[in-house]
Design a protein around this ligand. Structure first.
Ligand SMILES: Nc1nc2c(ncn2[C@@H]2O[C@H](COP(=O)(O)OP(=O)(O)O)[C@@H](O)[C@H]2O)c(=O)[nH]1
Ligand SMILES: [Mg+2]
Length: 422
């Protein structure tokens, strides 16, 4: 009986224990899933505050503007400003990548294509003959120097400049720096850039510290002085600056009229004297007027003078002195205009004008109609006077600021060079 009693008690205890454990185990199956959850739940609440934390952290930026944008949106939506406000951001974002190539890219593109066209005759002349020396040659032997020399001497580059270029080429060949035709061609182009790169400040980039900036044009008859003044005036006025013209060519009534035509075309006042008047007096009056009228630039035309006639060269010296009396430091620029079609004669003119007056720069005109463009190398190399502008035609837009790199690229450039530059 006792054993039965013990067995019953034991069963009850075991049952109680089983019941107890079963009850406790029941929530457990929920827990395993929950266990990780509570753990993560325990974390999530901590994470959530941190999540909200970044959110509140972001919120300050979000929350601060959110109420405002909401108001703004309400205000902005009916107004076109909403889109206007957005576009500038997009534009500024677009402009940034676009701005890099945009500023420098279009200029060389236009210049080189235009220059190439303008220099067609020269390119077809000695440049084509030089190029022919290299065609089909993979290896370069020193004999090529002699051939280059022959071609360059028959061009208008000039003896001195040809020799200086060849000396440098020879040095590089001796050092084995120029192994093939392309390398020699590239070296020729580098030499051209070196010779053409003289310190020079284009008129357009000069500050207004000298107001007015007085520019005196000199040169022999028919080189393009008056036309260049008209072209320059067009450019300067196009830049938003005030220009006055002075008809210092008092020899011929037609010369004054020609300047007046330009004056009317560009909207610039022309100061003139009576026929046969002293050009110095006209220049003096114009300088005073330009000062009083707060002009930015005064362009003074002069009569064509033969560089071989010393009284005429003395006259131009006198004109310069008279201008200096009207304004300290003036003329700020004395530009010699040379006609490229005259070839070596242009170099002779340049030498004589340089001896007579302090030249600040050269304008080389009519490059469009000549195969003698190589003269520009001779002028820069022998005179060390920078070429500031070149004329590639008779129209106002045919005057170009001279860039040694662009000029050399247009002259020596191959089609693929041009594509790369573009
Ligand atoms: N093809 C071409 N003709 C030019 C250029 N510059 C001037 N001319 C022309 O050369 C001629 C003489 O020009 P002009 O200005 O009267 O010379 P100036 O006597 O020195 O004043 C005119 O028929 C001009 O149109 C140029 O760059 N290219
Ligand atoms: Mg003239």
């Amino acid at each position: 009986m006792d054993t039965i009693l013990y067995a019953v008690i034991g069963l009850v205890v075991v049952g109680a224990l089983v019941y107890f454990f079963v009850l406790r185990k029941k929530p457990q199956p929920e827990l395993p899933a929950g266990e990780t959850k509570p753990a993560s739940r325990a974390e999530t609440p901590t994470v959530r505050p941190t999540e909200p934390k970044p959110a509140p952290e972001e919120k300050p930026t979000r929350t601060a503007p959110t109420p405002e944008p909401r108001v703004e949106q309400k205000r902005v939506l009916p107004e076109p400003l909403a889109s206007a406000d957005v576009i500038p951001v997009e534009e500024s974002q677009r402009e940034q990548p676009a701005a890099e190539p945009a500023a420098p890219a279009p200029k060389p593109k236009r210049d080189i294509a235009g220059l190439r066209k303008g220099l067609t005759a020269t390119r077809g002349g000695f440049i084509a003959r030089l190029a022919a020396l290299f065609s089909g040659k993979k290896e370069i032997d020193p004999a090529i120097l002699q051939e280059i020399e022959e071609v360059m001497l028959t061009s208008d580059v000039g003896v001195k400049t040809t020799q200086s270029i060849l000396e440098r080429l020879k040095e590089r060949l001796d050092k084995n720096e120029l192994s093939d035709g392309d390398a020699v061609w590239a070296a020729l182009r580098e030499e051209a850039v070196r010779i053409l790169s003289l310190p020079s400040e284009p008129l357009s980039r000069r500050s207004g510290k000298n107001k007015p900036m007085v520019v005196l044009m000199v040169g022999v008859n028919g080189v393009g002085k008056t036309t260049t003044i008209g072209k320059l005036a067009t450019r300067i006025i196009g830049d938003g600056r005030k220009v006055m013209l002075a008809a210092g060519d008092t020899f011929r009534a037609a010369a004054v009229q020609q300047l007046e035509v330009w004056g009317k075309r560009v909207g610039a006042e022309v100061v003139k004297g009576k026929e046969g008047a002293d050009p110095g007096a006209v220049a003096f009056e114009a300088t005073t007027k330009a000062k009083d009228g707060a002009m930015d630039v005064l362009l003074i035309d002069t009569a064509g003078r033969l560089h071989t006639k010393s009284p005429l060269m003395d006259e131009i010296k006198k004109v310069r002195k008279t201008i200096a009396k009207a304004m300290d430091g003036a003329p700020h620029e004395t530009l010699l205009v040379l006609d490229a079609t005259t070839g070596q004669n242009a170099l002779t003119q340049a030498q004589m004008f340089k001896d007579a007056v302090d030249l600040t720069g050269i304008v080389l005109t009519k490059l469009d109609g000549t195969a003698k463009g190589g003269i520009v190398l001779g002028i820069c190399d022998e005179l060390k006077v920078p070429v500031k502008y070149i004329g590639l035609g008779e129209r106002a837009e045919d005057l170009r600021e001279f860039s040694p790199e662009d000029f050399a690229l247009a002259l020596f450039g191959k089609d693929d060079d041009e594509a790369r530059a573009a």
